[in-house]
Ligand binder design. Sequence first.
Ligand SMILES: [Zn+2]
Length: 257
Amino acid sequence: MLLLAAGTAVALAGCAVAEGDPIESGSAGGLPPLAPPPPLIPPPPGGPKTPIPAATITALPGPGSGMALTVDDGASPEVVGAYIKFARDTGARFTFFVTAYYDSWTIHRDALRPLADSGQIQLANHTWDHPDLTKLAAGAVASQLERAKTFLRNTFGVDGAPYYRPPFGRHNATVDKVAADLGYTVPTMWYGSLSDSGVITEEYLIECARKYFHPQTIIIGHANAPAVTHCYGQLVDIIKERNLSMVTLNDVLLPPR
Ligand SMILES: [Zn+2]
């Protein structure tokens, strides 16, 4: 399987640059008016979920037409809000890896909570404030994940377990052990990136989507900069052209208890 082979390492060529430093919010000066809503996305086909072990994932195992768009950080309240509107308008399903100290998550709590409750948007742990966990002592790693876990639990009634995403994709056996002890047994990496942790052009973002949107992939994007909010219609077009369905991790995976 091409995907499984590719999944052994995060693709680093072309668009898939590593995550950059989180950028601070409030610098965009307001978004331009949004384009008309993109077309509706078909619901996921359903069917049995695929059991997965307590181990790192970089793709969705097994056959299928699912694509898990995961959206990280949340540095920009405007972009988080645009993603929520995207979900409402189109039925898009995705997984937010929440960096909990950004105020986006509190600002949009009331809009996000019903989508999280219905399962259309899944929430998972991307630490408190996005450090490189491999550079921290075990106690500090635990604190990063615990603080975000408490925030998620108090704000949205879920803690995201067993899925966590280490900032910059950097983790090791020590980090994974600490995470697993907190219930985060599935480090969630990715197959391809929209490369939008910082500011990029819309053309480049679409080029990345065309490169990486394939069946059974996990894709990483970011709620940090506004480019993606101008591209939702084009992203939906690619998804529909390729007969993909947008899925959350919980839609298709059955993790260990
Ligand atoms: Zn991140």
